[in-house]
Design a protein around this ligand. Structure first.
Ligand code: ADP
Length: 564
């Protein structure tokens, strides 16, 4: 376009100097422009590419210009050479030619233009050389090399950009894969959470119901006590494994309460006696008599740490003993420093493996995994939990001789023994017999647990196994409260609650969920639920959530509901 418009404009100079050849020059230049316009058209129609268009344009203009120089006398060549150098600079800016193209576009004018002037008049040629011609020849000679430099530089930049782009694409792909993996992990955890917590709720609930049943002999009571201990522990472990990411990202907090560490250790001993006996191992629990009876700390987490270590000690020991030693190694008015040691006479851990076994999913050797199984998570969780207690785990181990895991924790302690929390919930008076609750759950065991918890308080109830049935029962009867599972076939708890809320905005609807994720809780709380109970729930959590929400308001269409 610059050539088409710019070239004929130069005839103005002939006009200004009142040259007799102005018209002739203009017509030659217009012809040149017309030819370039045709080339442009061909380019628009994709007949010639951009690079060729630029080359043909330069050659066309050169030809016409050479003709002008040959036929038309010039008073001076200064303007001519100056213009040509400007054109060269312009070309350099606009086009990206390789050396071959640049050489052609330089050689043709380099031969044609001086030749035209010489043909016009040999004397003009000498004048031309003096009036910038030499400079112009130099510029044409340099042109291909400058073009090549630019071309190479562009090529390098292009290559760089191309590689960067490729790298970006690869990174983008990796990012997508990582995001998918994270999503898959989260979905897996969510599924695991649901799949494990649902049956666990049944176990925990039934154990608590069994504990409240009075007709038991001593052995049965002992067995149920052990079962309760194990199920509570299993519940804690499941929670921890599911929240392993949380532990890693410091989202887990300790929950300190006063407890009797001796009772905890005795319970642990009872739990592990059968396992040790199975392998004919001596299980020795040494408990310092000077330990205060009530220390303040997170009992569940300490229990989890010790369980992990004793479990491993028994697992990796074939003969000899497993010792759990607890000692007081420091004490002031407020705090006691307890030192815990779990010592076994087992297979031991190779020295070079000792630092790595505390990493998640790591086991000492492949052979260990093949022989003993396991996830490699236990010690990682133990180490992280001990960090929360402000402690570090120490390992001393020799292959073939055994291992000892030790750590110390400072616990505040209480001088006075507080009132022991009753383990068995008292059978309370009939204060809630007015209440009517609809329990909605597709899992029969969970339904059994929840309804039995209600029965203990003489609360009337009705059941539904999915959202659809719940909505029907809600419409046909009146309730003080609804316990609603979230995930159910036919219609889930969210949808059922949405429909119920259209009719009744005030009835308390408590979500029951096995999901460990706070997202589900947030979703439930923003979907019309009044409260939220995570499975597995202990009777205390259950009653604390339900009882305050049971109002004594009389119900409209109070049709009596049978207590099953
Ligand atoms: P898991 O026991 O599920 O494999 P852990 O994190 O508890 O995972 O243990 C990691 C590894 O450390 C084990 O696989 C085992 O190789 C080693 N280890 C842990 N405790 C002991 C022990 N008491 N004796 C020998 N090796 C042990």
């Amino acid at each position: 376009m610059a050539y088409i418009i710019g070239y004929p404009i130069t005839s103005i100079l002939f006009y200004i100097h009142k040259s007799a050849h102005t018209q002739e020059v203009l017509s030659i230049q217009l012809m040149a422009s017309a030819t370039v316009a045709v080339l442009l058209l061909l380019n628009f129609r994709n007949k010639i590419n951009n690079i060729n268009l630029a080359l043909y344009t330069v050659l066309t203009v050169t030809l016409f210009h050479a003709y002008t120089l040959w036929k038309i006398p010039h008073q001076t060549y200064e303007r001519e050479t100056f213009n040509i150098i400007l054109v060269l600079l312009f070309t350099l800016l606009v086009v990206r030619w390789n050396f071959r193209y640049a050489l052609i576009s330089a050689l043709v004018p380099l031969l044609l233009l001086p030749a035209a002037i010489y043909l016009h008049n040999p004397a003009s040629f000498t004048r031309f050389l003096g009036e910038g011609g030499l400079f112009m020849i130099g510029a044409y000679l340099l042109f291909p090399y400058v073009c090549r430099m630019r071309y190479e530089k562009d090529k390098r930049e292009f290559y760089l950009r191309y590689t960067l782009q490729k790298q970006n694409e690869a990174l983008e792909k990796q990012k997508t894969i990582a995001e998918q993996a994270t999503r898959a992990k989260s979905e897996f955890l969510s599924m695991m959470s649901h799949e494990i917590r649902t049956p666990l709720n049944g176990i925990v609930g039934v154990v608590h119901l069994m504990m409240q049943d009075g007709k038991k002999n001593n052995l049965q009571s002992d067995l149920i006590q052990t079962l309760k201990f194990s199920s509570d522990h299993l519940m804690a472990v499941v929670n921890d494994i599911l929240d392993f990411n949380k532990i890693n990202s410091n989202h887990v907090q300790l929950d300190p309460i006063p407890f009797d560490v001796r009772a905890l250790l005795t319970s642990l001993e009872k739990t592990f006696i059968p396992k040790a006996a199975e392998k004919s191992l001596e299980l020795i629990f040494k408990i310092d008599a000077t330990i205060p009876s009530q220390i303040v700390g997170d009992k569940v987490r300490l229990n989890q740490i010790l369980t992990n270590l004793i479990h491993n000690a028994i697992k990796f020991t074939e003969k000899g003993s497993v010792k759990m030693v607890t000692k007081v190694i420091g004490k002031d008015e407020k705090k006691v420093r307890l030192h815990f040691m779990v010592i076994d006479t087992g297979i031991g851990i190779p020295y070079d493996q000792q630092p790595t076994i505390f990493e998640s999913f790591t086991q000492a050797t492949l052979a260990t995994h093949r022989q003993y199984g396991g996830t490699g998570l236990g010690l990682a969780i133990t180490k992280e939990l001990l960090h929360l207690f402000g402690s570090e785990i120490q390992l001393f181990s020799e292959v073939g001789k055994g291992s000892s895991f030790t750590f110390s924790i400072d616990f505040p302690f209480l001088e006075e023994v507080p009132q022991q929390e009753p383990v068995v919930l008292p059978e309370t008076t009939d204060t809630y017999s007015f209440a009517r609750v609809l329990v909605v759950d597709d899992n029969p065991i969970n339904l059994l647990v929840a309804t039995n918890f209600l029965k203990r308080r003489n609360i009337q109830f009705d059941t539904a196994v999915n959202g659809l049935e719940a909505v029907d029962k809600f419409k046909a009867n009146s309730y003080h409260l609804i316990l609603m599972d979230l995930r159910m076939p036919e219609m889930d708890g969210y949808e059922a609650t949405r429909i119920i809320r259209e009719v009744n905005r005030t009835i308390p609807v408590v979500a029951l969920t096995a999901s460990a994720f706070s997202v589900e809780k947030e979703r439930a709380m923003s979907s019309g639920f009044t409260a939220y109970l995570t499975k597995p729930f202990l009777p205390k959590d259950f009653y604390d959530t339900i009882l305050p929400r049971l109002s004594r308001e009389p119900l409209d269409s109070a049709s009596p509901i049978e207590v099953e």
